[in-house]
Design a protein around this ligand. Sequence first.
Ligand SMILES: Nc1nc2c(ncn2[C@@H]2O[C@H](COP(=O)(O)OP(=O)(O)OP(=O)(O)O)[C@@H](O)[C@H]2O)c(=O)[nH]1
Ligand SMILES: [Mg+2]
Length: 311
Amino acid sequence: MTGAAAAGPGNPEPAAPTAPAHRCGHVAVVGRPSVGKSTLVNALVGERVSITSKKPQTTRHRIVGIANAPGQQAIYVDTPGFQTRHASPLNARMNRAVREALADVDAIVWVVDAARLTAADRQVLALLPEDRPVVVALNKIDLLPDKSALLARLAEIAALRAFAALVPVSAEKGVQLDHLAREIALRLPAGPPLYGPDELTDRDERFMAAEFLREQIFRRLGDEVPYATTVGIESFEHAGTSRRIGAVVWVDKPGQRAILLGREGETMKAIATEARKSMRRLFGGSVHLDVWVRVKKGWADDDASLARLGY
Ligand SMILES: Nc1nc2c(ncn2[C@@H]2O[C@H](COP(=O)(O)OP(=O)(O)OP(=O)(O)O)[C@@H](O)[C@H]2O)c(=O)[nH]1
Ligand SMILES: [Mg+2]
């Protein structure tokens, strides 16, 4: 007969497996465009490290956001929405950033819209390595009129693969994020923190300044100009707690420059004002921001030009 002998004097209880003293790992956040990946990373980090907008393909780079909790550090890797429809040099680079982010992470958060699962979602799932734990975040549950539909969606997704966990959340409203963070933490390996306690992202202030400008362009302008735009930082002076930043917004055509500037420069002024607020919040201290809009035809059309612009 097998079975453990009773614990007692001279027959000590076997040591229970102890939880590691500290956990730390990289967690890729992936999904099709606009499902709320960056909103989720910001909510988990507790600070806006990745820009967001209603328009698909807002995120163009791999961006790290760091979340510390007692005994653990989760290093979230936000990624561009995986593009399945339009082939362009920029999209190819963005998809490459997704594939590279997946290559060396300890766990994956696959973000889907709780309202629907599309062919594009399934294509993203097919990219996810089978040997890594995948936690599914069913996002935007605040928008579901009929909560019973969620049960059917959970069953539909659970049938696709053996997932580590499925968690309905609202990244925007902060619903069930603790639960999601706990499920993720269980999948982090033992290890010391890789970032200091005050670090929020792996990106520097120059990058964040350019991103906050791009965010306002995505949020404020119609369907053409944001996709024809990139931002470069020409100068960044840091003295004490104040920063003096010179930025150039590059567009593809003169007509787009006119739209960005707006009547008497009003549109650009509003964009710069809002972007500066985000910079002040993240950097602390004062920010003086000068922005110029310039035309560079075909900036997104070839690899050499994209590489020069930091893609
Ligand atoms: N109602 C609601 N809106 C959300 C939620 N999460 C994100 N959104 C909104 O969805 C839109 C897209 O969010 P993003 O975080 O930019 O999405 P993304 O997946 O990073 O998009 P790309 O970077 O373009 O792939 C934004 O307008 C967000 O405010 C949510 O939980 N509820
Ligand atoms: Mg994003």
